[in-house]
Design a protein around this ligand. Structure first.
Ligand code: FES
Ligand code: FES
Length: 196
């Protein structure tokens, strides 16, 4: 794997089980010719990955992000589209990374939770979660933060209902600090409004 800074910007069987059965894929790639490089843009960095080994046709984006790029802020939980804890942003919109094939994401702008902070400073949404202790174990937190970031891009002054709706696809196994999350974001929006 090589990486380079992008100059323009940044039901049943689980996916994990499915991915173990990939020997046939590797053989096919070898027989069909030299492996190609594919480029994946994550958090403003373009990663050059080898098709057929680092990225196989059956690899999910979740698998690639965690196992190949080692960006483990994106959480793996159900691995089949039920829990909503593996959210990333694809071209700014929330998506379940366990349901996307990596090859489908070539040419897209992918943002994971690691891409939000800048210069050692947390993103305002991350800071609001910290300031309001709006999390328990934190497994659902990266997804919620990204869902709220996407909401705020469209609507900088959401209502509590809109905040709750934005994070509703992500199931919190700790009982859900949903009220604290809503309070955190409402307070943050109010402060940002005051500061212009
Ligand atoms: S891990 Fe993707 S929805 Fe549960
Ligand atoms: S805080 Fe633990 S899963 Fe939500």
């Amino acid at each position: 794997m090589s990486e380079e800074k992008d100059q323009e910007q940044p039901g049943g069987t689980s996916r994990g089980e499915f991915l173990k059965d990939d020997l046939t894929v590797e053989k096919t790639a070898t027989l069909e010719g030299s492996p190609k490089a594919i480029r994946l843009m994550v958090n403003g960095v373009t990663y050059e990955l080898t098709e057929g080994s680092e990225v196989k046709p059956n690899h999910t984006l979740l698998h690639t992000i965690r196992e190949t790029l080692h960006l483990t802020g994106t959480k793996i939980s159900c691995d089949y589209g039920w829990c909503g804890r593996c959210v990333v942003l694809i071209d700014g919109k929330p998506a379940l990374s366990c349901l996307l094939l990596t090859m489908e994401c070539v040419g897209k702008n992918i943002t994971t939770i690691e891409g939000l902070s800048s210069g050692g400073k947390l993103h305002p949404v991350q800071q609001a979660f910290v300031d309001h202790s709006a999390l328990q174990c934190g497994i659902c937190t990266p997804s919620q933060i990204l869902q709220i970031k996407a909401l705020l891009e469209k609507n900088p002054n959401p209502t509590e209902d809109q905040i709750r709706e934005a994070i509703s696809p992500t199931i919190c196994r700790c009982g859900g600090p949903y009220k604290l999350v809503a309070e955190a974001i409402l307070d943050m929006a109010k402060e940002e409004g005051k500061n212009g």
